[in-house]
Write a protein that binds this ligand. Structure first.
Ligand SMILES: Cc1cc2nc3c(=O)[nH]c(=O)nc-3n(C[C@H](O)[C@H](O)[C@H](O)COP(=O)(O)OP(=O)(O)OC[C@H]3O[C@@H](n4cnc5c(N)ncnc54)[C@H](O)[C@@H]3O)c2cc1C
Length: 325
């Protein structure tokens, strides 16, 4: 197992933003992960889980406590027929490629989504009209309250657009069983190439967390709204709203989490005051954010105007995690 003290974790995110975490763990097995959680609980050290960091905004002021990277929990094993067990840290595009070679279809949409399978379940990642929840059979969690492994059928979990109701304060996804359908590798890889071409034409290249906001409704893409409000190309420090896709905020050159928060706030404020539309961040915050920054994840009607005392959503503060455990 890998343990690094005072680890700079910006490189573990696709935005390449984030300060120092007190400790970084990278378990290679489920047993190692369980041992780490037992140790952190005994020490009263707060912790947070990081998958591919492709939907995470980590504070440039760092993370107090431990970050557990799932990167080495990355197995892809055919269990039988069309059932495949995938470790939570396996990257989506690589897994989709391996499944294609096995002649198993259903995860082609994961091509080009740079996160892990665990992150995909938490976020119910999707593309091209398909969702992670659509191919999920069972999920193996570590219940961090009891330090026991539990297996839950996919149909018993609740999923929505870019969200699940999985309580990440309590549960860590260790692996998941996917139910796929058999097809010829050449057809599967052709579909993946097609998806990849579409993505390359519509999305900017560079450091980002993909779409920064959830679409406010199925008929109103956040990118269209942000474009209409004239934000394309807007800059704050090293961060820039993409000229290609307005729902992407790019780390153009050495951006900090403050730069990204500034742009999120500016976009949200204009959408709310001029259109009455709440743009909820899709990106999850982690680490030391100011009270004001935490409010970016809270609906304006739930904010206590002036006094920012509304508790942050569960993803925001790594410290919040340990309170429950
Ligand atoms: C260029 C680009 C394109 C993208 N395109 C798409 C797209 O087409 N569709 C789409 O849906 N998304 C897209 N995304 C967003 C992102 O890739 C997905 O949301 C992805 O599912 C996040 O996975 P991750 O492993 O990177 O999660 P992370 O950012 O590491 O984590 C996200 C959240 O999940 C939690 N988490 C992660 N792993 C676990 C685990 N094992 N157990 C418990 N909690 C966990 C984290 O604590 C955090 O709260 C894109 C991102 C980028 C940068």
């Amino acid at each position: 197992m890998h343990i690094i003290e005072s680890a700079n974790i910006s490189q573990l995110t696709t935005l390449r933003i984030g300060g120092v975490a007190d400790k970084l763990f990278a378990p290679k097995t489920k047993e190692e992960l369980i041992r780490i959680i037992k140790q952190l609980k005994a020490e009263h050290t707060p912790w947070a889980v990081l998958g591919g960091g492709s939907n995470s905004l980590i504070s440039s002021n760092g993370v107090k406590g431990a970050v557990i990277s799932t990167a080495s929990l990355n197995w892809v094993e055919r269990v039988s027929g069309n059932l495949v067990l995938i470790g939570s840290g396996a990257k989506m595009p690589k897994s989709a490629g391996q499944l294609s070679h096995m002649g198993l279809s259903g995860c082609e949409f994961m091509e080009g989504i740079p996160g892990t399978v665990g992150g995909a379940i938490i976020m119910n990642a999707g593309a091209h009209g398909q969702w992670t929840s659509g191919v999920l059979e069972k999920v193996t969690f570590l219940d961090t309250f009891t330090c026991e492994e539990i297996i839950i059928h996919g149909s018993e979990l609740e999923f929505g657009y870019r969200r699940s109701t999985i309580d990440t304060k309590r549960y860590i996804i260790m692996e998941a069983l996917f139910k796929l359908t058999e097809d010829k590798t050449e057809y599967i890889s052709e579909r993946m190439k097609q998806y990849s071409r579409q993505r390359n034409m519509s999305q900017p290249k560079g450091f980002s967390s993909g779409c920064i906001f959830r679409n406010p409704s199925p008929n109103l893409p956040a990118g269209k709204l942000i474009d209409e409000m004239g934000f394309k190309g807007e800059v704050c420090g090293g961060a820039e709203i993409s000229n290609i896709h307005a729902n992407f905020i790019m780390n153009a050159h050495g951006a900090s989490s403050e730069d990204i928060c500034y742009l999120i706030n500016k976009i949200q404020t204009k959408a709310w005051t001029t259109r009455g539309t709440w743009l909820e961040p899709e990106v999850c915050g982690m680490g030391q954010f100011t009270e004001e920054q935490k409010m970016l994840w809270v609906h304006p009607n739930k904010r206590n105007s002036g006094n920012l005392i509304v508790p942050a959503e569960k993803e925001i503060l790594v410290n919040e995690l340990s309170k429950a455990s």
